[in-house]
Write a protein that binds this ligand. Structure first.
Ligand code: OOG
Ligand code: NI
Length: 482
């Protein structure tokens, strides 16, 4: 019996979600058209160089989704559905902390983890879970009513979960099962037409529109699907020309002289979508909700722990500099980028070689066949091998998310700030707790990137006849890196 492999399920699921979301949110289709046009332009301007961070086939199909669930049980079921498609939880994001306004969720991202699987199809889903026990947002009474509302709903059918477990066990499904799995999985994330209880939704909205989007309705839905572009500044300008209402900024690193690092994201504002409401008197009325939006991203090189420290420090310095500038004159997005780029150009090496030498970003390494040995012997440390020209770096793409950017994306699309009582203490929810909820390993992004670098260095050692492992740089925190 021909088997549909897990990566084929993943690729087809992403394709079906994209098709479904395009029908639900027509502006998403515009975003896809513009993204495609931008990528075509970059490809014809840069040629092969445009594919340094992934093949154009990968980038054209590449999407991330965002979904939001209500309970640990729902989160554990999501993990089963994604495991069927070779997507595993990576990272813990606490948006309760990262967002200034009321975003009462903690999150992880499900994605493929091995380079081969990522190359086949890198579909990833940022998955957030509500925390009703957090007193900064919910009173004891509201927590109790919210939890009992959530306990009654079923996001995934028993049949879907059985098929998911089967796909995991057999690393794929026969074609009949595959079709059923894909149909049920796509349906689980389609916007429901069921009437929304207006009073209940409103009550939750007072606390947080994210809480209302999750706990105010009896099903879940895809919140956004994000294509990847090779020039996000070009995309932003084109969307504005098409009069699509974009948020004010591009989140993440600025446009600057050096290589793309980490992740840059922007979005168009949430659109009013028709929904049906049930009123207090039992009547059903037409109305609308504004929760779903379109996002686009440009991916860069994965940062090491040290690179990430530099990134976070620069982000704070930029905020400070922008605040100072704003005291004398309004700061436009353009001026903001100039301020940020100036700091980046001062403090971050502007070449891949420099990023590798300072251990700021992750690369795999290729032996440089042009290197003249002239009787010299390669050193044992990665720094020496790069410095002396034995190896050339090839970037590892950043496959994850940034909590500050995620908070910024959430925030800029909320209809109101909601209510957050910062005098209350937080509930004790962290990565270890999330791992317990998921009932499986919660991967650490740095361990995954380190593993990919390590495998390539072992291969290089073999080729160059170096005995014993090549020494990776020890991650050290420093202030200046240039
Ligand atoms: C998730 C927001 C975060 C990203 O790309 O950082 C996100 C959500 O709105 O549910 O998608
Ligand atoms: Ni997103």
């Amino acid at each position: 019996m021909p088997i549909t492999q897990q990566w084929e399920l993943r690729a087809e699921f992403a394709r079906r979600l994209s098709h479904m979301y395009g029908k639900e949110v027509p502006a998403y289709t515009t975003l896809l058209e513009v993204s495609q046009a931008v990528n075509d332009t970059v490809l014809s301007n840069l040629g092969a160089g445009a594919q340094r961070l992934g093949s154009i086939a990968r980038i054209t199909a590449e999407r991330h989704g965002a979904i939001r669930v209500g309970t640990p049980q729902e989160m554990a079921q999501v993990a089963r559905v994604f495991a069927a498609m070779g997507m595993y939880p990576v990272g813990f994001y606490d948006l309760r902390e990262a967002a200034a306004s009321s975003v009462p969720v903690v999150s992880t991202a499900f994605r493929p983890t091995s380079p081969d699987e990522l190359a086949r199809n890198p579909f990833r889903v940022f998955t957030s879970m509500l925390v009703p026990s957090d007193r900064r947002f919910f009173s004891a009474d509201l927590q109790q009513r919210l939890e009992s509302f959530l306990a009654k709903r079923r996001l995934f059918t028993a049949e879907l979960l059985v098929l998911a477990d089967r796909a995991t066990e057999y690393r794929g499904l026969n074609s009949g099962d595959a079709e059923m799995f894909l149909t049920l999985a796509t349906a689980a994330f389609t916007l429901s037409t069921e009437a929304v209880d207006r009073a209940w939704y409103r009550e939750l909205e007072q606390v947080s529109s994210v809480a209302a989007d999750i706990g105010g309705v009896a099903s879940t839905h895809i919140n956004h699907l994000t294509p990847r572009v090779l020039d996000i500044d070009g995309l932003y300008a084109r969307m504005e020309r098409r009069r699509i209402d974009m948020i004010d900024t591009i989140q993440g690193p600025p446009r600057w002289a050096g290589p793309d690092l980490l992740l840059r994201q922007t979005s168009f504002r949430a659109l009013a979508e028709p929904r049906v409401f049930r009123e207090a008197d039992g009547s059903v009325e037409k109305g609308s909700l504004r929760v779903r939006f379109g996002e686009v991203e440009a991916r860069g090189i994965a940062a090491t722990v040290r690179g990430r420290e530099v990134y976070d420090r620069l982000t704070c310095e930029i905020e400070q500099a922008v605040r100072e500038a704003a005291a004398t004159a309004p700061v436009s997005a353009e001026v903001r980028n100039e301020i940020a780029a100036a700091l980046w150009n001062q403090q971050v090496p502007a070449t891949e070689q420099g990023l590798a030498l300072h251990d700021l970003a992750y690369f795999t390494y290729r032996v440089d066949t042009d290197k003249q040995r002239n009787g010299t012997v390669p050193g044992r440390s990665l720094q020496d091998l790069i410095d002396q020209g034995w190896v050339r770096p090839e970037p590892i793409v950043y496959e994850d998310f940034l909590p500050k950017s995620a908070a910024g994306i959430f925030q800029s699309n909320l209809t109101s700030d909601g209510h957050k009582d910062t005098t209350q203490s937080t509930t004790d929810i962290d990565a270890a707790w999330m791992e317990g909820v998921l009932g499986r390993t919660l991967h650490d992004q740095y361990t995954l990137y380190d593993g990919i670098r390590r495998a390539s260095l072992d291969h290089v050692a073999n080729q160059l006849g170096i005995r014993g492992p090549i020494e990776e740089p020890a991650p050290i925190a420093t202030q200046g890196v240039k």
